[in-house]
Design a protein around this ligand. Sequence first.
Ligand code: HEC
Ligand code: HEC
Length: 164
Amino acid sequence: MFKDNKKKIVVFLFMAVCVAVSMAAHNPEAKQQGFKDLQVLPKDISHDSLDHVMHFFTKALGVRCDFCHAKSKDSTQRWPDFAADKPEKTAARHMLVMAAEINSKYFNWMGSTMPDTIHVVTCMTCHHGSPHPESMVTMDPPRQPMGQPGQAANGQTPPPPAKQ
Ligand code: HEC
Ligand code: HEC
């Protein structure tokens, strides 16, 4: 499925990244940057742009790199093996594709010819700093009494309206 979407998908998160990444994606001359397993992001994305995208992920989900990146098999390596697979990394790829589709399908009412530059919905929109966005409203009992007519919700009589 990533194949079909590849051309359309350039993902991004802040303006600076957007610009850098979109340019890379539209520049066939651009050099591969040596990443081994990019399936969704442009293969020729610069190190800086990739770095921005990854840091954005950590902020949007409130996690560290190793939430999505597996430990290196080489125990002398302090860093994860960034190219290796891990379920969370696969999930993040699906999320990238999903967000790009939502933007290009549902937020392109201006008819942009570059729908891949629309970034209304991002990881942050749903995740808000958590790996598990709330899917339900928690039905806690109200913390304060509902208040009678003429009273504020906290049960106190509101101050009289200010005189003109
Ligand atoms: C929410 C999940 C997530 C987090 C958190 C995350 N990454 Fe990634 N990372 C990905 C995904 C997904 C890809 C592959 C993108 C693709 O297939 O186009 C990737 C790819 C990479 C790659 C390229 C690997 C290769 O050779 O193909 C590097 C390097 C990388 N990440 C570094 C980092 C660093 C450093 C951090 C922490 C600052 C980080 N990542 C945090 C999901 C994540
Ligand atoms: C439209 C809302 C929405 C957007 C946008 C979104 N996500 Fe998610 N994401 C979810 C929901 C809902 C889940 C399932 C949460 C759960 O498992 O509790 C989820 C799950 C995930 C998971 C799996 C978490 C786990 O514990 O396995 C990862 C990783 C993830 N999202 C990364 C991302 C990244 C990266 C982006 C931005 C490219 C993104 N998401 C954008 C709603 C969204």
